[in-house]
Design a protein around this ligand. Structure first.
Ligand SMILES: [Zn+2]
Ligand SMILES: [Zn+2]
Length: 832
């Protein structure tokens, strides 16, 4: 027998955690190897930005993922669980300006530090697959993909109005403007006209939408956000001729059924026809000024739904092709050029904005839809926007809205003045950034040849390292002559290099492909490896990425598929968004001063306690509220387990005969029932629902029972074996949550295997059955009542419950109870 007198009743997490981290690393326990014979499982968390330190939000995200990943290892799946760094981006450059440190140095220094922090948490990463996006070996492939898109016309350059953040000194994608503010620094975003590179994500609008059908395991609200962002509307295009001019105005409408109620046309100030329509008016100067001013205002304030609706009458008329009637043409600031055709048919009776505008300028309002079964109101107080029955609409009157729409669209098509059509709100993705710390866009401008892509064999276009970060004006790359000046690859003449770099969301759109073959040097990734590992089986990360990263990544997967590099349509069939980490009623953040540093907690309580607490305190999708008491509770729980194992250590060194499975299985003791129930519950909570908090509470409950049932040890007869088995099950099931402590206890109790490599225990479905049983109650042999009890409820408690039933009390009354018999799970007989 092993001498265990030296074992202490305290838990030296520091020593234990370091020890096991080293063992896992030395033995390459979590190294993933492609093996087509084995079922794979791709576990992925959103890779972190190397800001300097791991924060609690990371700890939460990564701890959830780690439990899943460790569980899948134990379920004998071929798990890949990689990690890397979203290493380009603005903060590095700002640090360079502020502190004079080179962005590369700053970033790599942060990565080294954060890597140590992650290792201290004991996460089951395959570090051999680490990917760092700011290294040429990664961003070379950004450039490669970009050139492929350029070849296919999916990357293009155009002059356009862009969102510009004066604080960050760069352009923002539409997705990066929240309200009217920069998503990163909250500054009010300005509008500027610039030449920009765009990716044609709109080409994939429909597929991004229909692909949602494959994403039935995504949170509904994320799908809704994406759906709104893509913003599909179906309707029709209708052409209104301009009376007396050889011009016409095309509008898009989702409500053709209201077209007989169109009383004016409203053009966006940016509509190309505006200035022409007013060119012969006496006060055209004033009107022109109004148009120019409205354009600028619109640019600055995108959300025109809120502002005052203004407009001018062009004096021209359009002809409603359905009625032949002439209606006035207005220019109005509530019509945007980006949406549809930049012109609308205004139906004040059935659109509230049109209604407000018509009221303001005294334009007529016609009622053409009534609620089903109702009469026209006559004078509308507000627009009636719902569907209903069409009235005042010639031959279409009396039809329900939907049917009228279909018939009217058909009519337009037959007559040749319109057709049914679909519109999307999604815009092409502007990827140009006027910053240094990003992937150089691999393009050269030649006076003779125009835009020339850098030849593939010249990739990567490396970022020059000798750069000055003086101030914020323009991109620092513009000032690096050796970088800018180059030769045209086509004609050899002097040419200029593009100095814009890519939006870092480009990098994160395909990093999960790179993990599959991180050292591949002929292609962005090895297609065979990607097809083995992908799609990602579980993807976990913050829901703040619902419309940027999660749309761009889906888009890239489809692009890579169309480039023939993968057969995968949707990269993340199962995405899970963890909730925020808060303290004192606010999200943990430096600016709020409520940050708890994971390092401090690990120093004080150990990584296992932190992991356990962050998973235990709330369901993973809900907000997590930090509190000191909670972490102490989890720490104490681990210590109690530690102590309990010390106290009962001799058990683990019992003779093999005594341990025999036979004797264990003969005893359907309630501890065994509980054990099988716990194995089942914990496994299903992890696997099916990600209810890690309830998995932990059932382990706590189970441990309490173990402590209560300790007397079993004195009974002999195989009971000691039951108890031993039960204790082992506890640490096996707890190991994905608190892996270090569990490995230590496992070793301490005489095992030379690694828990991390142990199979997850099978439960006995018979014993794990959780359901209750119906127990019949008899009084003196007569059936009097029945009730439900948990099938493993101790006899005494069942009897007590039976006696407590109202009907039984009525019958028994004050009589003396002479005998009470319980036949397990069947009946209670009371004899008076
Ligand atoms: Zn900003
Ligand atoms: Zn040239």
């Amino acid at each position: 027998m092993k001498d265990h007198t030296e074992m202490k009743h305290s838990y030296d997490f520091n020593k234990i955690e370091k020890k096991w981290q080293k063992v896992w690393e030395d033995r390459e326990v979590f190294k993933a190897t492609e093996d087509p014979q084995q079922r794979k499982c791709y576990c992925l968390e959103m890779y972190p930005y190397p800001s300097g330190r791991i924060h609690m939000g990371h700890v939460r995200n990564f701890s959830i993922m780690d439990v899943v990943s460790r569980f899948k290892f134990m379920k004998r799946l071929n798990v890949i669980h990689p990690i890397g760094w979203d290493a380009f981006g603005m903060p590095a450059e700002n640090a360079a300006i502020r502190e004079g440190i080179h962005p590369r140095e700053w970033t790599l220094g942060n990565i080294a530090h954060m890597k140590r922090q992650l290792k201290r948490m004991g996460y089951s990463y395959d570090w051999s697959r680490e990917v760092t996006t700011c290294l040429p070996e990664y961003y070379k492939w950004n450039q490669w993909i970009f050139l492929k898109l350029l070849d296919r016309g999916l990357a293009y350059r155009k002059k356009s109005w862009v969102n510009y953040c004066p604080q960050c000194h760069t352009v923002l994608a539409n997705e990066q403007v929240i309200g009217q503010a920069c998503w990163r620094c909250d500054s009010t975003v300005e509008q500027e006209e610039m030449e920009q590179w765009f990716l044609k994500i709109t080409e994939y609008s429909e597929e991004l939408l229909s692909g949602h059908e494959l994403l039935d395991k995504w949170p509904e609200h994320v799908l809704v956000m994406q759906k709104n962002w893509i913003g599909k509307s179906t309707g029709g295009h209708i052409v209104f001729p301009v009376a007396g001019m050889d011009e016409s105005i095309e509008v898009f409408t989702t409500r053709i059924d209201t077209i007989f109620g169109a009383t004016f046309i409203a053009l966006s100030p940016e509509h190309p026809l505006c200035l022409r329509l007013i060119s012969d008016l006496p006060d055209k100067k004033k009107l022109q000024e109004w148009i120019v001013q409205s354009k600028t205002e619109q640019r600055l304030k995108k959300d025109t739904a809120e502002g005052e609706k203004d407009g001018i009458d062009t004096g021209k008329k359009a002809i409603n092709p359905y009625t032949g009637e002439e209606i006035p043409i207005w220019v109005s600031n509530y019509v945007l050029i980006e949406y549809g055709t930049g012109a609308i048919m205004a139906v004040p009776g059935h659109d509230q904005r049109d209604f407000a505008f018509a009221k303001k300028y005294g334009l007529s309002i016609i009622e053409v839809i009534v609620p089903p079964g109702q009469k026209p109101v006559g004078e509308l107080e507000e627009a009636y926007e719902d569907y209903g029955t069409v009235i005042n609409s010639g031959e279409f009157s009396g039809l329900p809205s939907q049917e009228a729409s279909a018939k009217m669209a058909q009519y337009a098509q037959e007559k040749g003045f319109g057709h049914p059509s679909t519109l999307y709100r999604l815009r092409d993705w502007g990827i140009s950034r006027q910053r240094y710390w990003g992937t150089p866009i691999p393009v050269i401008y030649c006076e003779d040849c125009g835009i020339v892509g850098v030849p593939y064999e010249d990739l990567p276009v490396e970022l020059p390292s000798d750069v000055e970060f003086k101030g914020m004006e323009g991109s620092p790359l513009e000032r690096v002559e050796q970088f800018v000046q180059t030769e045209c690859p086509r004609c050899g003449k002097q040419a200029r290099r593009e100095t814009d770099t890519m939006d870092t969301f480009f990098d994160s759109s395909w990093y999960y492909f790179r993990y599959c073959s991180p050292h591949e040097d002929r292609l962005p990734f090895n297609p065979q490896s990607a097809d083995y590992w992908l799609p990602v089986d579980v993807y976990i990360g913050g829901v703040e990425h619902a419309i940027m990263h999660l749309i761009y990544a889906r888009f890239f997967c489809k692009i890579l598929r169309d480039l023939g590099l993968t057969g995968v349509d949707e990269p993340f069939p199962y995405y899970f968004g963890q909730g925020m980490v808060t303290k004192d009623g606010a999200k943990m953040s430096k600016s709020k001063g409520n940050v708890v540093d994971p390092d401090d907690i690990v120093n004080q309580y150990g990584a296992d306690a932190l992991r356990l607490f962050i998973l235990f305190a709330s369901p993973p999708e809900k907000e997590f509220i930090w509190n000191e008491k909670g972490i102490e509770g989890c720490y104490r729980f681990l210590n109690r387990i530690w102590a309990f194992f010390q106290e009962n250590a001799d058990l683990f060194f019992m003779e093999p005969e005594e341990r025999g499975r036979d004797s264990v299985e003969k005893i359907p003791h309630r501890l065994r029932i509980k054990m099988h129930q716990t194995i089942k519950k914990v496994g299903e909570d992890i696997d099916k629902r990600l209810h890690l908090n309830t998995a932990i509470s059932s382990l706590m409950e189970y441990f309490n029972m173990l402590k209560k049932e300790r007397d079993l040890l004195n009974n002999g007869d195989g009971q000691r074996a039951v108890f031993l088995e039960a204790m082992e099950a506890l640490i096996i099931c707890l190991s994905p949550f608190a892996p270090h402590l569990c490995e230590e206890l496992w070793e301490m109790t005489g095992h030379d295997t690694l828990l991390a490599r142990l199979p997850w225990p099978e439960y006995d479905p018979d014993l794990a059955r959780e359901e209750t049983v119906t127990v019949v109650v008899q009084v003196n042999g007569k059936l009097r009542d029945k009730f439900e009890v948990a099938r493993d409820l101790p006899e005494d408690e069942v009897k007590e419950k039976a006696l407590g039933l109202n009907r039984i009390q009525d019958i028994v009354g004050k009589k003396e109870i002479r005998k009470i018999v319980y036949i397990k799970n069947k009946l209670v007989n009371i004899v008076t």
